[in-house]
Design a protein around this ligand. Structure first.
Ligand SMILES: Nc1ncnc2c1ncn2[C@@H]1O[C@H](COP(=O)(O)OP(=O)(O)O)[C@@H](O)[C@H]1O
Ligand code: SF4
Ligand SMILES: [Mg+2]
Length: 336
């Protein structure tokens, strides 16, 4: 660290500003991500939550520059350590993405090469990023598999991906992402299919990585209990937009947006046994035919006439942002 850039003035790991990614389909323009903004500081973990189809994966792919036609980033900026990714020469961008940024996909075979043994893939990854001997690289690979709760890592190293179970493959893919010790990891629901104990172990290793190496993480999940145990901050997405963003405690204990309150209310732990689960009434809107105004209005218990206009982002309490005309500012309101 040189004297001209003390840590407190270093740019955030990631700044996303008014990101818009649209799919130009035969049926019309689908605004999958429509004005997403957030900042992620070094070593922080952001949980990105929301129902299926809310734009979480497309947000991750957009940051990684992995959006394919008919999708296109039509607006906004993605700054990684202060540098605008869209303005970097292709070679530099690829280098950054290979080195400093990693994505863990929902499907581990997006990371794994089916025709190479696990040890070959892991050792190549290590050697591409650091000056180690092959045997040191192999040792690091084995230790990282062990950290992911993989039994007999020595044996797994000699396996081909198809010889492993789905859950095992996913853990290998997570291990590969962690091998780089990258500055940013975007993880798209990687632990959803894993059993609870293994999931807890992986989340704890991920937290250690963030603390020890300053790695920042975006952890995409529809599971609020994962976010509660893992993340520092939560951003809640609805219909292509972030509708609420703040610290885990603020958002989960004092939700301001009625959609967030609905998600929390529908958690099994918040429902009495034997009773029907409380669900948010209605359906997620069709993004090809969004009504004007607030996208949540048709399902919202607090909607009034003003909600026919589009709510902007406000920050009614410090560090806790919400996109709603009627944010709940105390617990009784949040429960309504
Ligand atoms: N290749 C594609 N073509 C058209 N629409 C897409 C494509 N990929 C995603 N979408 C749409 O973008 C929206 C957001 O999708 P996604 O980010 O995958 O949601 P999430 O990850 O929150 O479940 C959805 O309405 C989805 O149908
Ligand atoms: S803006 Fe209105 S309709 Fe939208 S979430 Fe807030 S209260 Fe509900
Ligand atoms: Mg997704």
């Amino acid at each position: 660290m040189n004297a001209a850039s003390p840590a407190q003035h270093a740019p955030a790991t990631l700044q996303v500003r008014d990101l818009r990614t649209h799919f130009h389909t035969r049926a019309g323009v689908l605004p999958a991500v429509d004005g997403v903004s957030f900042t992620l500081e070094r070593g922080k973990i952001l949980g990105l939550v929301g129902e299926s189809g809310s734009g979480k994966s497309v947000t991750g792919f957009s940051i990684m520059g992995l959006v394919d036609p008919p999708g296109r980033i039509v607006g906004g900026e993605v700054l990684f350590q202060g540098r605008d990714l869209a303005k970097l020469p292709a070679r530099e961008l690829r280098k950054l993405q290979g080195n400093r940024i990693a994505m863990i996909f929902q499907d581990p075979m997006m990371t794994l090469n089916p025709v190479l043994r696990v040890d070959v893939q892991m050792i190549e990854t290590v050697l591409a990023h650091s000056k180690m001997s092959r045997s040191q690289a192999r040792e690091l690979a084995r230790d990282t598999l062990g950290m992911m709760g993989i039994p007999s890592p020595e044996e797994r190293l000699r396996a081909y991906p198809h010889q492993l179970s789905g859950g095992m493959r996913q853990r290998v893919a997570i291990a590969i992402a962690m091998l780089h010790r990258p500055d940013l990891i975007i993880a798209d629901e990687p632990t959803t299919a894993l059993d609870v104990t293994i999931q807890a172990q992986i989340l704890s290793e991920v937290q250690k990585l963030a603390q020890r190496h300053g790695t920042s993480l975006i952890w995409i999940t529809h599971d609020l209990s994962v976010v509660a145990g893992l993340a520092d901050e939560v951003a809640v997405m609805y219909a292509g937009r972030i509708v609420e963003h703040g610290s885990v405690d603020d958002v989960l204990d004092r939700p301001q947006h009625p959609y967030t309150a609905g998600l929390i209310g529908s958690l099994p732990s918040n429902n009495r046994r034997g009773q029907r689960l409380r669900q948010i009434p209605g359906m997620t809107p069709n993004l090809l035919a969004l009504p004007p105004g607030c996208a949540f209005a048709a399902r919202c218990p607090r909607a009034t006439a003003v909600c026919g206009q589009t709510p902007g982002i406000t920050e009614p309490l410090p560090g806790h942002r919400v996109r709603c005309f009627h944010p709940a500012l105390n617990l009784a309101e949040a429960a309504a």
